[in-house]
Design a protein around this ligand. Sequence first.
Ligand code: SAM
Length: 271
Amino acid sequence: MAETVLREDTFRRLRDIIYEESGIFIPDTKKYLVEKKLSPRLGARGLAGFDQYLELLSSGRNAEELNCLFDSITTNETSFFREPEHFAALVEHVLPDLLGRSGMKGVSFWSSACSTGEEPYTMAIVLREKHPAARLSIYASDISNQTLEAARRGLYNSYSIRNTPGCYLAKYFKNGGQLYELDPEIRNSVRFMNINLADGRKFLTGMDVIFCRNVLIYFDARSKRKVVSGLYDSLRPGGYLFIGKSESLHDVTRAFKPLIFNNTLVYQRTT
Ligand SMILES: C[S@@+](CC[C@H](N)C(=O)[O-])C[C@H]1O[C@@H](n2cnc3c(N)ncnc32)[C@H](O)[C@@H]1O
């Protein structure tokens, strides 16, 4: 039986590794969460306790276990049409502005913490519905391989699709009992990849729209600044950044121009 009690000093060292590798900041008050989320890793690796786990992670930063750690520690809550004002702003204001620019050949979108795919697939659905003739590329990424695998499968439960308008549900999903299978054309219109927001070296470039929603909340001020500055560089001048409705760029950067569309804040790279 593994010793699943996490000592204070071991917690601190684990927490530091998580922060260095992912930007996710875990305060002292959340030790219980680390204990709960990571104790299954002890069994999976046949380890006697968290000290051994720490050793395993520290030995050359075991890349395989780091991926499992990211799968375990991240919060992947999402759904289709989450914060729907963003999608309305996207099709009613942002895309018309981008398409109206002279010399604009195609528009590139990046869902940069896409979890199990509901966010980029919602983009794909609304963009196809409202701008069927536009030439669009949609990229989606996350730090967790497990969520990316689920995203590529495109099978969702009723909780995930609960906010999807009925007409889109009927048109883009096949209900086979418990699960809803996403239309293969929508599935194939999104390219998924693993990108860690704490590692700016792999960031996409030449993007016109970036969604980075409901992930900045897990970062401290330093990580947020680093990530947002990287996203700024990923955007073309005039490109747009969407963050979660409960998140803010206050104290993070003044480099973006805040705009209000459909009652929601959207940020634009001006230069
Ligand atoms: C709460 S979900 C948000 C999903 C979606 N953006 C939404 O708003 O519905 C947060 C996602 O951020 C991902 N994440 C956390 N840290 C990350 C990092 N350093 N790089 C990339 N993704 C990260 C998690 O794996 C998780 O899937």
